[in-house]
Write a protein that binds this ligand. Structure first.
Ligand code: SAM
Length: 307
């Protein structure tokens, strides 16, 4: 096991904090959509595909009776998925106050949200906090260890500095039980960099999204031994508009290993869909979610196992 006490002090400078605040404010300000608004969204298909991917990951790696830590849980969009997996305990943390409020409302079942439903069967502990700055092993000493740690569409927000990326993985490692599993999704850096190479300048995109790299972007840094802080602005119609950071795969892999986990797999959307659409139960799930069709391939999922 990695000893978190042994980590050098992870210090934050003002600029890092300012960007973390920007991300938090962006997500905090996003309001819940009605069912009609959701269905009319220009990215409804992407949302459904993302939900299918998260559902498959959860069905594959969560088991009845598990204790789950959901890092950057957002508005609790995965609560139902965890309930279906019959977990026994859930801790959700997010930096955005507004999202945690929405998550609490959804958990309590008194939302005007379209997923009005019976109460969840598992107890939940919901907190607002910066998962990439705070020593979560101290905050969650009474809740740990966890069977599953999940970080969906959010780990890349930790790659703004090496210290934050390390804090993220040190937290996961310290809180997972031996034999526990870390699952997640994040943008596929290789696809993003490939598209950037093909672009005229530092911007590319289509009718629903654009990505703009900072003027000081250099390929050298991407390939360097310390590729942290490679920032771009991500705009996704009806969903996201905030700074994000590139997570080079080789660095992710070596950091995961440094923090005593083994990488089980890392697949992009295309590979993931190809693999799991071979299983009838996941084909049926895709049909139920209405997610059949073309997807976007700019993300990757990972599973890391704590031996
Ligand atoms: N995991 C949720 C899901 O799949 O629906 C939310 C994903 S949303 C794209 C990204 C989330 O990461 C936002 O809710 C945001 O507030 C959260 N986030 C970003 N930086 C964070 C940090 N440092 N600590 C905790 N949460 C963070």
């Amino acid at each position: 096991k990695h000893n978190p006490e042994g980590d050098s002090e992870f210090l934050e400078d003002e600029t890092t904090k300012k960007f973390a605040r920007k991300v938090a404010d962006h997500y905090s300000a996003r309001t819940n959509q009605t069912l009609e608004e959701r269905e009319a969204s220009p990215i409804i298909h992407l949302k459904k595909l993302n939900n299918w991917i998260k559902s498959v990951l959860i069905q594959l790696y969560a088991h009845r009776g598990d204790a789950v830590l959901d890092l950057a849980c957002g508005k609790g969009g995965d609560l139902i998925k965890w309930d279906k997996a019959k977990i026994a305990y859930y801790v959700g943390i997010d930096i955005a106050e507004g999202s945690i409020e929405d998550c609490r409302t959804r958990y309590n079942g008194d939302a005007d949200h379209h997923q009005r439903r019976k109460k969840f069967t598992f107890p939940a502990h919901l907190m607002c906090g910066d998962c990439y700055e705070v020593r979560l092993d101290k905050v969650l000493a009474d809740d740990a260890p966890f069977d599953v740690v999940s970080c969906q569409f959010a780990l890349h927000y930790s790659w703004s500095t090496e210290a934050r990326a390390r804090r993220a993985l040190a937290n996961v490692s310290a809180l997972l039980r031996p034999g526990g599993t870390f699952i997640g999704t994040m943008p596929d850096a290789n696809v993003i960099i490939k598209k950037l190479r093909e672009a005229e300048g530092l911007v590319f995109g289509n009718s629903v999204y654009w990505i703009r790299f900072d003027d000081d972007f250099s390929e050298k840094k991407f390939k360097s031994s310390s590729p942290f802080g490679i920032k771009y602005k991500f705009h996704l119609e009806d969903a996201v508009d905030c700074p994000e950071w590139i997570v080079p795969f080789h660095v992710f892999k070596s950091l995961v290993e440094e923090y005593d986990m083994e990488l089980v797999f890392m697949k992009n959307n295309h590979e993931f869909v190809h693999e799991y659409m071979k299983k009838p139960e996941f084909v049926e799930l895709m049909r139920r979610l209405g997610a059949l069709g073309d997807g976007n391939q700019d993300q990757s999922k990972f599973v890391a196992y704590q031996p």
